[in-house]
Design a protein. Structure first.
Length: 443
């Protein structure tokens, strides 16, 4: 089977067979299919799409492209969560600690920043000493002893996704429904999850820009998971504006710490409660949504989630004094505000533009081999949320930069990303919909 025939079949709108997808994925992992052919194939999929059957076959080919993890010698039931990617999305840091302290251990393989969206590994690595490269033995030991572990995807686990993910990031092929669904689900399946809560983001700061597209992605992933015997829930979370106020690696850790200490921005805290609720429900640790929410709130208020986070940082080699005192986290030398040119209601905070601005400041990658600057980013003012009122001259946000030219470019780009209207504007819902297995709940 020639790779070029698989590419041209997809380019011309054909439906790839399981054998063709297996051959392509195995060839790519072995190195027989070079990056340029994989890039051409990904672009063909981007334009032509895939049927549900093809996407499920691609997911399986990727999930079993390397080793798979079986954690059942450590825990009887494995619950995992995954966000489809957003701007300011530091949810795992808070939710992992909340549910772990409530008896739902989380052993998670996370990703790096992708396009305009940040990555959990990059955020955690802004804590000096924090290691996301863990061997299997340590992963299991920490899962059992601490109940929370976040590691990079090892090269052996779903290696096809590891390679394709980095390639897609730099070839304009991220926002493709079958490629996102297979990427996310292959990792979750390979990592041995029994139950998966998907946090599917929708809006300008997400790969799915409309609610119907996000629901389609969520339903596709729920169907793939169920087909492979997993318990599934998906939330459709709003990403039309950044989640919380901080965007940028260390800045987001600082915000996660504040939230774990019972402070933090309301939208981010409530989103963490929503995701925690679903994880507690799917694991059977809570029996009603109300009980699950109450437990999650208590864990934030009584300091137990914060204590769990500290234990987690310590276990992975992070300098805990840097989360106890976030002023010790990496900080950018230059900080400047953007002020509101007029008074009025915030009508738009374009999350995608904010995400790309942070990438350009050095907080994300332009090429897959780039390293990220942990210190740079953007922090919105509390009132820079859609629907809130601002006065002319109020600071809208602060840019944290390494160099003067980058700072100036970021400020002028962000000035165009924020729209202020004279009339009142409705705030978007935090969660548009919850899709629980074989049932849909509108919120
Ligand atoms: N998150 C992933 O893991 N993969 C994607 O393709 C997009 C978001």
């Amino acid at each position: 089977m020639r790779t070029v025939d698989i590419i041209t079949k997809k380019r011309d709108g054909g439906e790839l067979t399981r054998a063709e997808l297996d051959a392509f994925i195995q060839g790519y992992v072995r190195g027989d299919v070079p990056d340029y052919q994989a890039a051409a194939w990904a672009m063909a999929v981007y334009f032509r799409g895939m049927t549900h059957g093809e996407t499920a076959a691609l997911t399986e080919a990727m999930a079993f492209s390397g080793e798979t993890l079986d954690l059942h010698d450590t825990l009887p039931f494995i619950v995992d969560k995954h966000s489809s990617g957003g701007v300011g999305d530091k949810t795992t840091l808070v939710v992992g600690a909340i549910v772990a302290t409530l008896g739902v251990p989380v052993g998670k393989m996370s990703g790096r920043g992708l396009s305009f969206s940040g990555g959990t590994l990059d955020k955690l690595e802004s804590i000096p000493g924090f290691s996301t490269r863990l061997g299997l033995a340590q992963f299991k030991r920490q899962l059992k002893e601490v109940g929370l572990v976040v590691a990079g995807q090892t090269q052996d686990l779903a290696p096809a996704d590891g390679k394709l993910y980095a390639l897609r990031d730099v070839t304009g092929t991220v926002p493709s429904l079958p490629l996102i669904a297979s990427s996310i689900m292959s990792k979750k399946i390979a990592a041995g999850a029994d139950a998966i809560v998907l946090d599917v983001k929708v809006g300008q700061g997400a790969f799915m820009e409309t609610v119907p597209a996000a629901v389609e992605l969520a339903e596709l992933m729920v169907a793939i998971g169920q087909r492979l015997g997993r318990k599934m829930t998906a939330l459709i979370g709003d990403m039309s504006q950044p989640l919380g106020l901080a965007v940028g690696n260390a800045l987001e850790v600082r915000e996660a710490v504040a939230t774990l200490q019972g402070r933090g921005p309301a939208d981010f805290r409530e989103h963490c409660i929503d995701v925690s609720r679903e994880m507690l429900l799917i694991s059977g640790q809570a029996h009603t949504p109300e009980a699950a929410e109450a437990a999650a709130r208590r864990a934030l208020e009584d300091g137990s989630a914060w204590a769990k986070f500290r234990a987690f940082v310590t276990a992975q080699g992070g300098d805990v004094t840097c989360v106890d005192d976030p002023d010790r986290l990496p900080a950018a030398p230059l900080v400047a505000p953007l002020v509101a040119p007029v008074g009025g209601y915030i009508a738009q905070v374009d999350a995608r533009e904010v995400g790309y601005t942070v990438v350009d400041l050095g907080g994300g990658r332009a090429r897959k081999e780039d390293s990220v600057d942990p210190a740079v980013g953007v922090v919105l003012a509390e009132s820079t949320k859609v629907g809130r009122y601002v006065k002319a001259g109020d600071p809208l946000l602060w840019v944290h930069a390494r160099a003067e030219d980058a700072l100036a470019a970021a400020v002028s780009r962000l000035a165009r990303a924020i729209q202020i209207a004279p009339d009142e504007v409705d705030a978007p819902p935090l969660v548009h919909q919850v899709i629980r297995q074989a049932q849909t709940t509108a919120r």
